[in-house]
Design a protein around this ligand. Structure first.
Ligand code: NAP
Length: 256
């Protein structure tokens, strides 16, 4: 899935973005938006080869160098190896978007240990693994952007999602701590907290459930992945250089 497009390498101004979960949904939209902003893009995915290959081709069509890496973000050894490979392939990473995430919903009293643990491992531990693996990269270049995808559920809780809410609240705490540790090196760390966004993840809901959520959203509809990507791209941009440790809701006003 390597790119033959050398445009990026020839243009010293191009920066490198690593987007976990970049093959589908919100991560896919972020990868595309960053490619449009002039980034070369490494995407990390869990197992859906077809979606990843399609994404690489789409990113190349936008003029970016692009490559997909199959890696379970919860596996710290695999993450270290992937980050090394990305850096060998692209050079130093400027923007890290930790988007990879899963749900395993259920009422908390009946939640199975493995469903609690797996959601924490992917959503929270995965964000930690990736960020730690790139820490030296950021410190060495004395600059960079970390954008973590949390959720309004991490800020407000949600019945049936105790594992997911805990993981996303953890991402907020992690983001603010990393922001404090890396601020002196010129690196920012922020989070976005999407509300209900139309992706494969929310496609699992029944139409009735989706209509019910839409009725509670002041802007009257579910959001799109592109609308989240706009905010992620802002946080990754030079325009956001004085913003760190922040969490920006992208939820149509749901949790105001
Ligand atoms: P999605 O459509 O289900 O896509 C998930 C992406 O993450 C895929 O690229 C998937 O790769 C990858 N992934 C999953 N587990 C992984 C793992 N262990 N290691 C590496 N990659 C992994 O999800 P989405 O709706 O776009 O959600 C993206 C993020 O936004 C998640 O963190 C989610 O919690 C958050 N979020 C979503 C919503 C919403 O309403 N959709 C709201 C708030 C927050 P494969 O395709 O290869 O499996």
């Amino acid at each position: 899935m390597d790119s033959n497009n050398t445009t990026g390498q020839e243009d010293a101004a191009r920066r490198v973005a690593l987007v976990t979960g970049g093959s589908r949904g919100i991560g896919r939209a972020c990868a595309e938006r960053l490619a449009r902003d002039g980034y070369d893009v490494a995407i990390v995915y869990a197992g859906n080869e077809a979606a990843a290959a399609e994404r690489v081709a789409a990113l190349e069509d936008l003029g970016a160098r692009a490559k997909a890496y199959r890696c379970d973000v919860s596996d710290s050894a695999a993450v270290k190896a992937t980050v090394k490979q990305v850096t060998d392939d692209f050079g130093p990473v400027w923007a890290l978007v930790n988007d990879a995430g899963i749900t395993r919903d259920g009422l908390f009293a009946r939640m199975r240990d493995e469903d609690f643990d797996r959601v924490i491992e992917v959503n929270l531990r995965g964000t930690f693994n990736m960020t730690r693996a790139l820490a030296r990269n950021f410190v060495r270049q004395r600059g960079g952007r970390i954008v973590n995808v949390s959720s309004v559920v991490g800020l407000h809780g949600n019945a049936g999602q105790v594992n997911y809410a805990a993981s996303k609240a953890g991402v907020v705490g992690l983001t603010k701590s990393v922001a404090q540790e890396l601020a002196g090196r010129g690196v920012t760390a922020n989070a976005v907290a999407p509300g209900f966004i139309a992706t494969d993840m929310t496609d699992k809901l029944t139409q009735d459930a989706r209509d019910g959520y839409a009725a509670r959203i002041p802007l009257g509809r579910l959001g799109t992945a592109d609308e989240v990507a706009e905010v992620v791209a802002f946080l990754a941009s030079d325009a956001a250089r004085y913003v760190t440790g922040e969490v920006i809701r992208v939820d149509g006003g749901l949790c105001m």
